[in-house]
Design a protein around this ligand. Sequence first.
Ligand SMILES: Cc1ncc(COP(=O)(O)O)c(C=O)c1O
Length: 395
Amino acid sequence: MKYQFDQIINRRNTDCAKWDALEEVFGTKDVLPFWVADMDFPVAEEIKEALQKRVEHGIFGYPNESEKVFQAVAGWMKRRNHVEIKPEWIVLTAGVVPAVQYAIQAFSKPNDFVILQPPIYHSFFGATRATGRQILENPLKLENGQYEMDFAQLETLAAQKPKIMILCNPQNPSGRVWSKEDLSKVSDFCNRNGILLVSDDIHSDLIYKGYQYTPALSLGEETRDNLIACYAVSKTFNLAGLNTSAIIIPNEKLRTEYKAFMRSVGAGEINLFGLLGTEVAYTCGDEWLEEVLTYLEGNLDYMEAFLKENLPQVKMMRPESTYMTWLDFSALGMEQKELEQFLIQKAKVGLNSGTTFGRGGEGYMRFNFGTPRALIKEGLERIKAAVDGLSEQKK
Ligand SMILES: Cc1ncc(COP(=O)(O)O)c(C=O)c1O
């Protein structure tokens, strides 16, 4: 391996949310953080060098979205995802959450319905509510320990004439990778009912062995014509701080309207470093990505074995992708708030609470394992000691 992911690098006092916002989020600095979705690993050498070289230049005036970045996105999509896209289909935005919000605003009106499938990435709730739209829920079903979509319930939602459906593929918080069949059914439902499909595929480069990611973009023209597909280097290459995303909108009319909406709210300029980071990551990041995936899979194996052996009360939904795992603490028999406080105060770990992700999150916590294994060990040992303490109390 060229990269060393075991090394613990101090991120405190680097203006990073994960380590520097602990007091704000958990009410104490004294927790080991496994929450917000970025990794505690340095980026690929090629990216660091390109950014360093650009910093050396010393002039940071207005950027230009050159052809190179669009070619890099299209090249990545072809090389990794086997889909041909045209560079002109790509719209760059300062993040996927803003991109989703632009889609909601550009293609629906206040009070219109937007379909979400909870438990799901919490910012989709915020993006929908902040724009005055209403949420229609199509809750995921738990079947044999994995989430499945409830297509029968989805059909019943059409009566309310929703305008948009937001899909998360792969799914956050569970890491579920939706099958081609699932995607075809969702796309067919949307097309039949005049609902725009917004597919957030931000985690799609982080797929574990044995699983296959299907881009909605690969399903054919009918799907593509009614699709906004969101990609970014932020999760894949640990570049969330560069705030740059590639939104792929094949339908020219939709794309024109989307861009017009962005102009109307003054959202257009992409950060110089985001442009460069995106271009270099998608051009030279393959090796780093393969290595980080191997390391992450090792973390997963470690967690699974640890929990089985030492903490069988906590059940892990083994993710098929990305670096978050959905831990079921319901066997502890605590209310959600009690569970949150227990983990903060007794275990001294900072996880995302399951209910943040909406319906179905009760009893769960999301654990980010994109961190050196030694920190995972420390975190799990802290949780084990706290859980062991519960039975001591009962004696
Ligand atoms: C599904 C999903 N979409 C979007 C984001 C955030 O995207 P951005 O930082 O580009 O707004 C996250 C971050 O965790 C995510 O999990």
